[in-house]
Design a protein. Structure first.
Length: 687
């Protein structure tokens, strides 16, 4: 009996010992631990090229002896580990995510294992960004990593502090609450779920000085370099000065200033290269007219090369660009070894007159004639090129247009003088004693053109009369001639006179008399004489529109339409008035236009072998009290015959209605027949 009891106790003791050992094995574990932070390591982020030595070992139960410690990573291309029985150091090699593995051997519990996620990232310097869709934040750069937040809203803002393969390493503001309630502000998010805005663009050249037809190449960088949309486009602020293609090639077109602008397609960020296209000039010396600024380009937006250039400082102008001179200054003017060229406003430069020349050394002139002389002031860039003329004997004078006229029939000498006292050569003036024009219009080209009419007057134009110096225009309405206009030049080939005194609906003719006045000496005194030639116009009725027509034919060469057109009329006496038109055919109104935009009408209601009489009347509207009154012009008339023309046949509306009625009757018949057949089928089914 004692043996049985001892055996049961031994069995119980053995069973009890085995059970205790199983519980301890389940609770036993090894963990990668941070002694510095006293926490289990589930994930660590390491910068590419950096090392983290803070990976320690913690075993449970505490004090359990272990040996044969093994540290490893799943991907040695991303991170490597060196360790011992106490700690390990992990070094990041390139972007990516891998696992750090720890394995130890215990005599009591066998082999114990643990792993954590290592994310190796490239540092990025706090670039602002936001989510572009609903997304998830992770602790590591792996979709299988622990989730920090789910359902993160679109446009959630953060700063990017690193890049790890397909993920960005981000830092959230303190106001953001993670789902896991951890205090860390950092997480990983898929790059495809992030919008990185363009912060700036940078053109590699800030200032260019070019000449016409020159080309230059620029390039552009978009920042940050991880921006979601890094595309950009080029444009020119002044297309008359430069052109710039989308490859960044700038071509100089003409003198002036422009900017070659690079604009990001996203977020509209800009930078520019300032371009001054210059034109070479003869090197000319001058001085600064006042204290001023000197620029790197031909615009105040360009870099200021010198802020306090002093009045009187010397310079040499070498080129021009719009309102600026491109000038060369003394050596080291801008500092030792620096470029000595800059742009300065033309008005801030004084260039003195060095020489004046009257090109004509002598002229021959009639006493009633004016003759222009040519004056050249040197240098070409002189600041004040105005001159005053002087005569030796006071028999001749020169006006502001440099035209010489004589007071007496005697010889004289003319000089020009600049404001700073430079004198020109002498121009000798010889006066003819008699007229220099023997006959007006020797080639017979003097003529008056057909007068044109408007609602507020008539236009008269006539050609140049060779030899004439003045013209007088006369008007007649059938009674007497009255002078209405004087023309005192003979430089243009055509002259235009508007007779605003012509009354609406009245008929007039015009006469133009060309004159040449001359002074001759009759042996005792000077005598004024004249030559004259007269031409007359055809009759014109004030305000009558000019009406024309044009046949419009179809592809079969049949007459389809008659296009009636008329000239645009105006009434602007005192102020601009509203103008309109009314068109008649064979005495009946076919169209009234209350505006002055339409000046034609297409008549398609035509028959063969017919004559159509079209009339057009214009009107303008005046206020009469509170009401508008139409003032009508005379009628413009034209006859158009369709005799001998094949006229397009128009489809009548009757045929259309017949077709419709026939369709209706057919549909009714069809309904009746279907009803009959339905009745028959019902009877058969009853039987």
């Amino acid at each position: 009996m004692k043996k049985i009891i001892l055996a049961l106790i031994a069995i119980t003791f053995m069973c009890g010992t085995f059970h205790i050992k199983t519980i301890l094995a389940e609770d036993a574990k090894v963990e990668i631990w941070s002694n510095a932070l006293d926490e289990r390591i589930e994930h660590r982020s390491i910068v590419v090229g950096a090392s983290n030595p803070n990976f320690n070992i913690k075993i449970t139960p505490s004090g359990t002896p272990f040996n044969n410690v093994t540290w490893s990573t799943n991907n040695n291309n991303i991170a490597t580990v060196t360790g011992n029985s106490q700690s390990a150091t992990v070094k990041g090699l390139r972007e990516g995510s891998t696992k750090l593995n720890l394995s130890v051997n215990t005599s009591a519990y066998g082999r114990l294992n643990y792993d954590c996620v290592i994310s190796v990232y490239t540092e990025i310097n706090n670039i602002p960004a936001r989510t572009n869709q609903i997304t998830t934040f992770y602790r590591g750069a792996d979709l299988n990593s622990w989730v920090r937040s789910t359902g993160v809203p679109t446009t959630t803002s953060f700063k990017i502090i690193g890049a790890c393969s397909n993920f960005y390493y981000i830092e959230l503001p303190d106001s953001y609450n993670f789902d896991d309630n951890r205090s860390s502000r950092k997480a990983y998010v898929l790059k495809s779920h992030v919008y990185v805005p363009v912060m700036s663009v940078d053109v590699n050249k800030s200032n260019l000085i070019m000449k016409k037809n020159d080309t230059e190449q620029i390039s552009t960088q978009v920042f940050p370099n991880i921006a979601t949309n890094k595309s950009y486009k080029y444009s020119a602020s002044n297309g008359e000065v430069i052109s710039v293609n989308q490859s960044g090639t700038i071509t100089a077109i003409g003198e002036g200033f422009s900017k070659a602008i690079a604009t990001s397609n996203a977020d509209n960020k800009q930078d520019d290269c300032k371009v001054s296209v210059i034109t070479d000039v003869t090197r000319t010396k001058g001085t600064l007219y006042k204290n001023t600024k000197l620029y790197a380009g031909a615009d105040t937006s360009c870099e200021v090369r010198k802020n306090d250039a002093k009045k009187g400082d010397s310079l040499t102008v070498i080129a021009k660009c719009g309102n600026y001179y491109y000038a060369e200054f003394p050596q080291d003017y801008f500092g030792e070894g620096k470029d000595n060229k800059a742009f300065v406003l033309i008005e801030d430069v004084y260039i003195p007159v060095e020489r004046i020349e009257i090109v004509e050394k002598s002229i021959i002139i009639n006493i009633n004639q004016k003759k222009k002389i040519t004056v050249k002031v040197y240098p070409e860039l002189a600041s004040d090129k105005s001159v005053t003329f002087y005569s030796t004997y006071n028999n001749a004078k020169v006006n502001d247009k440099h035209e010489v006229s004589v007071i007496k029939e005697q010889f004289d000498e003319i000089r020009a003088r600049s404001k700073d006292g430079k004198n020109s050569n002498i121009c000798e003036v010889y006066v003819l004693p008699d007229r220099i024009v023997e006959k007006l219009d020797p080639n017979g080209t003097f003529q008056v053109l057909t007068p044109k009419s408007d609602l507020d007057g008539n236009y008269i134009s006539f050609t140049k009369c060779e030899g004439a110096t003045e013209y007088i225009v006369f008007r007649s309405n059938g009674n007497k001639w009255e002078d209405i206009y004087y023309v005192y030049n003979n430089t243009d080939n055509y002259r235009y006179v508007f007779d605003e005194g012509a009354l609406l609906g009245k008929k007039y003719r015009y006469k133009i008399v060309a004159y040449y006045k001359y002074v001759t000496f009759n042996g005792k005194e000077l005598e004024t004489k004249r030559l004259a030639k007269t031409i007359c116009s055809s009759e014109v009725e004030t305000g009558r529109p000019e009406i024309n027509y044009k046949f419009i034919k179809n592809k079969k060469n049949e007459l389809s339409k008659i296009k009636i057109s008329w000239n645009k009329m105006h009434y602007e006496y005192g102020k601009k008035h509203k103008v309109g038109y009314r068109l008649y055919r064979n005495g009946k109104t076919i169209k009234t236009l209350e505006n002055n935009k339409t000046h034609s009408f297409k008549d398609s209601d035509l028959k063969a072998n017919k004559e159509y009489k079209y009339k057009i009347k214009a009107f303008y509207i005046v206020k009469q009290g509170k009401k508008d009154k139409k003032v009508w012009s005379p009628k413009g008339k034209i006859k158009v015959s369709t005799t001998g023309l094949k006229v397009e046949k128009k489809k009548t509306s009757k045929k259309k209605t017949n077709k419709k009625t026939s369709k209706k009757s057919n549909s009714k018949k069809a309904k009746k027949t279907t009803k009959k057949t339905n009745k028959k089928s019902k009877k058969k089914s009853k039987k």
